[in-house]
Ligand binder design. Structure first.
Ligand SMILES: [Fe+2]
Length: 350
């Protein structure tokens, strides 16, 4: 199994159940565990964790929940070390015996308010190799990313219609969905620095997340073409802002999002598409998304070219300031990147 491709699927899963289901199959093969489960406190004030697993009986899940609550897994104290039946006592020991489990490896999960434990359970005492531990750790990181994306999407795509469109795009082209998350991430960083109001930031997040939704209407053989596009194919791709606009325009309350969907390929110098707007005709939120969009495109690897190096990206942004991008936004964006100390080459992607 190609690990990178596999983990990409975990991150792009629709729900935590789907992610844990994919991880479960992987863990059984790669680590030899009996089961994998996730216990998560998702909201502030939630007392009993939500449990996620596949092919595990409710009775066993209840016992494991007892174990998790009564041990230090939620605090991350037992990260990566085996916890065996021999070490257990009292209720924890009873729970393990009832579950017919002899060894657990737990990994702390944390994202925002959400925290919990990802458990790998074994029926006999097991000492994982360094390589297997790395795979567990990688599973943990990917589970966290999956939770982050699912929560972010839940928070931003409050309307069912947006959620449906976004899911359609996910099925059609997971690369674009990853890109949309990244653009939302960078746009929010820049918007926050510019002191946008909460309302504007909400609009910005939604617009950034949906900016490429029109790609749903682009034929697969063009959208997924591994090689460089021909001029004719590129002209088809260029229709996506218009398609996105058409897909969204009749939804209630969408007016603040439409400009980002329709105009994110406009340029300050008026040489963009589809409407050839220039300068201040392009709203601020659109100029933010446009910059974040180009940045993520430059720092992403495509089949036919590698991502640009940091200094090349800086150069490109500076060269195109005042032409493609708002020249006031570029230095602010570059400063944010400097402050982060490194450029997240792969953004929210793994
Ligand atoms: Fe686009």
């Amino acid at each position: 199994m190609q690990n990178s491709l596999f983990f990409k699927n975990v991150i792009n899963a629709d729900s935590i159940f789907e992610s844990i289901g994919q991880l479960s199959d992987f863990a059984k093969t790669a680590i030899g565990c009996e089961s994998i489960s996730l216990f998560l406190i998702e909201e502030p004030g939630q007392i009993t964790p939500t449990s996620y697993s596949v092919n595990m009986s409710t009775a066993v899940m209840e016992e494991l929940q007892e174990v998790v609550i009564r041990t230090d897994y939620f605090a991350g104290e037992m990260e990566g070390t085996p916890f065996t039946l021999a070490q257990a006592n009292g209720i924890v020991k009873a729970s393990l015996l009832k579950s017919k489990l002899a060894c657990l490896y737990g990994f702390h999960i944390q994202h925002g308010h959400a925290y919990g434990a990802l458990l790998f359970a074994f029926q006999s005492p097991t000492l994982l190799t360094e390589e297997q531990l790395q795979l567990c750790k990688l599973s943990e990181l990917h589970m966290e990313q999956s939770i982050r994306k699912i929560q972010f999407r839940k928070q931003v795509l409050k309307q069912q219609a947006y959620e449906t469109l976004f899911n359609t795009l996910r099925v059609k082209d997971s690369f674009t969905v990853d890109h949309c998350y990244n653009v939302a991430f960078y746009s929010t960083l820049l918007g926050g620095r510019l002191g946008l109001s909460e309302t504007e930031l909400e609009r910005l997040k939604l617009g950034a997340l949906l900016h490429d939704v029109g790609k749903i209407a682009i034929p697969d053989h063009i959208l997924r073409k591994p090689d460089r596009l021909t001029e004719a194919e590129f002209n088809v791709i260029r229709q996506h802002p218009d398609y996105g606009y058409e897909l969204l325009k009749d939804l209630p309350g969408v007016e603040h999002v439409l400009p980002m969907v329709r105009w994110h390929h406009e340029r300050i110098d008026g040489r963009g598409y589809p409407d050839g707007l220039s300068g201040d005709e392009i709203p601020l939120l659109v100029r933010i998304v446009s910059l974040a969009d180009a940045f993520d495109a430059m720092t992403s690897t495509r089949v036919y070219r590698n991502s640009l190096h940091v200094h090349e990206v800086r150069e490109q942004l500076q060269t195109h300031a005042g032409k493609q991008f708002d020249d006031k936004l570029v230095p602010i964006f570059l400063k944010i990147l400097d402050e982060q100390m490194y450029i997240r080459k792969d953004g929210m992607r793994s």
